[in-house]
Design a protein around this ligand. Structure first.
Ligand SMILES: NC(=O)c1ccc[n+]([C@@H]2O[C@H](COP(=O)([O-])OP(=O)(O)OC[C@H]3O[C@@H](n4cnc5c(N)ncnc54)[C@H](OP(=O)(O)O)[C@@H]3O)[C@@H](O)[C@H]2O)c1
Length: 269
């Protein structure tokens, strides 16, 4: 079950904010490699991607990485071309890069709005622009998973309108594209993480914890979840693995929410 032997997986954002623990992209890359996929990754900073590559290789997997800016068309094209030169195919595409900037429409600068749209949304258009024509030529098609957020479904306690809007748009981009590509044997789905404990979340805690109390900030995030705890990067990676596997071959255009029950609740007393 869920084996990916012989498949090539292109993954964006497979580095992580700091060395501690696991970021979502790093966990996805490692999980897909464990299941037999050959990983090719693009990341803004190379050292951070190389840490993931080393982790995968230590476990006997195969991974190559390339410095990539997912907001830049030339850079994304170069990433896709390198993967094709090295492996001659792309079976799986994971769009993991994403970041939240705080603010509502009145206080957010136009520059931040544009950056958020480029990083969270245009990046997915760009990888799909270059990868889908390759997948549709392959007899076995392909599978794409885009990483959204429950902030694209609900207000989750702090103003981050650009993040919310772009993460919502990812879901509809994925649905519409899934319909276009269904006859071409290419599936697209979205994984929608809730509150996840990652190095990025730890960095956010440092930035936003009231009174600088990071532990309190993490406890508050845990308490928001009906299960009483945040998820981790593996919870997201396992959902991605299912959706890219052949066992999910009849599933396309869907959202798989990984949130410990938050979006099923109207609040907790
Ligand atoms: N953490 C959560 O609670 C949570 C919840 C819901 C959804 N998500 C989503 O899950 C995804 C991963 O989150 P995470 O917490 O694991 O974040 P993360 O640790 O910051 O990882 C994001 C990765 O993307 C890379 N990156 C950033 N900008 C890039 C660019 N322009 N081009 C190429 N790579 C770039 C980063 O590179 P560097 O190594 O250079 O920093 C990093 O490796 C995001 O889409 C996020 O919105 C996270």
């Amino acid at each position: 079950m869920l084996r990916l032997d012989g498949k090539v997986a292109l993954i964006t954002g497979l580095g992580q904010t700091t060395d501690d623990g696991w970021g979502i992209g790093a966990a996805i890359a490692t999980q897909l490699a464990r299941q037999g996929a050959t990983v090719f990754g693009g990341n803004r900073t190379l050292p951070s991607a190389e840490r993931t590559k080393a982790r995968i290789e230590r476990a006997g997997g195969v991974c190559d990485v390339q410095e990539t800016d997912v907001t830049d068309s030339t850079s994304v094209k170069a990433l896709v071309e390198s993967c094709m030169q090295r492996h001659g195919r792309i079976d799986i595409l994971i769009n993991n890069v994403g970041k939240s900037e705080p603010g509502g429409p009145a206080d957010m600068s136009e520059a931040i709005w544009d950056q958020q749209v480029d990083l969270n949304l245009k990046s997915i258009y760009l990888t799909c622009h270059y990868v889908l024509p390759i997948m549709e030529q392959q007899a076995t098609g392909g599978s794409v998973v885009n990483i959204s957020s429950i902030a694209g479904l609900r207000y989750i306690g702090k103003p981050q309108v650009a993040y919310s809007a772009t993460k919502a748009a990812i879901m509809q981009f994925t649905k519409a594209t899934a319909v276009i590509y269904a006859p071409k044997n290419v599936r697209l789905n979205t994984v929608v993480p809730g509150l996840i404990y990652t190095p990025y979340t730890q960095a956010l805690a440092k930035r936003y914890a009231p009174g600088g109390n990071e532990q309190e900030y993490m406890k508050m995030r845990d308490a928001q979840v009906p299960m009483g705890r945040m998820g981790d990067a593996w919870d997201v990676a396992h959902a991605v693995l299912f959706l890219v596997s052949d066992e999910a071959r009849y599933i396309t255009g869907q959202e798989l929410i990984v949130d410990g029950g938050i979006t099923s609740s109207t609040g907790r007393s």
